[in-house]
Ligand binder design. Structure first.
Ligand code: MN3
Length: 200
């Protein structure tokens, strides 16, 4: 199944001032598109072009680093665009998520500080996550294009901490970007949908 660049689910300026149109234009049209183009070439070369994206991510992990990085980033960005929305974020979580955050992550405030700390603590490029592992939520961080799928977990929320995600808007202030992501951008309904899929 060939990779295809999805449309952004909102206008380029929808997340401003927390994430600018300029950031989204570069990040979606250039960076994500490059992962799609390169990923298709490498999947073809590896004879994996007919597999699903998730299968390619898992199968290339540890055996084909170039394909893994591009396929992983394609998977991560497809969800990343949907993990954000205009007027998102904040501590009003849909009911089922709220109970899981309370029981597994110590409540919203502890989630917020642990998630921001995971993103800040990821040295260099990578991602911070909330993932379901063995039926429970966990905060994780991964380098480069890696994601929780290759650690036996299902991501339900992730934030891109590569500099291309925040440098135009926040320069080197990664913590401020992560706080704005949690407070003003998260699409909790999409997180809930992934939570339901991961726990059914
Ligand atoms: Mn990115």
């Amino acid at each position: 199944m060939a990779f295809k660049l999805p449309e952004l689910p909102y206008a380029y300026d929808a997340l401003a001032p927390y994430m600018s149109a300029e950031t989204l234009e570069f990040h979606h049209d250039k960076h994500h598109n490059a992962y799609v183009t390169k990923g298709n070439e490498l999947a073809e070369e590896a004879g994996m072009a007919d597999l699903s994206l998730e299968e390619i991510v898992k199968k290339s992990h540890g055996s084909n680093a170039a394909l893994f990085n591009n396929a992983g980033q394609h998977y991560n960005h497809i969800h990343f665009w949907n993990w954000m929305k205009k007027d998102g974020g904040g501590n009003k979580l849909p009911g089922k998520l709220q109970s899981a955050f309370d029981s597994d992550l110590g409540g919203f405030d502890k989630f917020r500080s642990d998630f921001v700390a995971a993103g800040v603590g990821q040295f260099g490029s990578g991602w911070a996550w909330v993932a379901v592992k063995d039926g429970k939520l966990e905060i994780m961080k991964t380098p480069n294009g890696e994601n929780p799928l290759v650690h036996g977990a299902a991501p339900i929320l992730g934030v891109d901490v590569w500099e291309h995600s925040y440098y135009i808007d926040y320069r080197n202030a990664r913590p401020k970007y992560l706080e704005a992501f949690v407070d003003n951008m998260i699409n909790w309904e999409y997180v809930e949908k992934m939570y339901e899929e991961a726990t059914k």
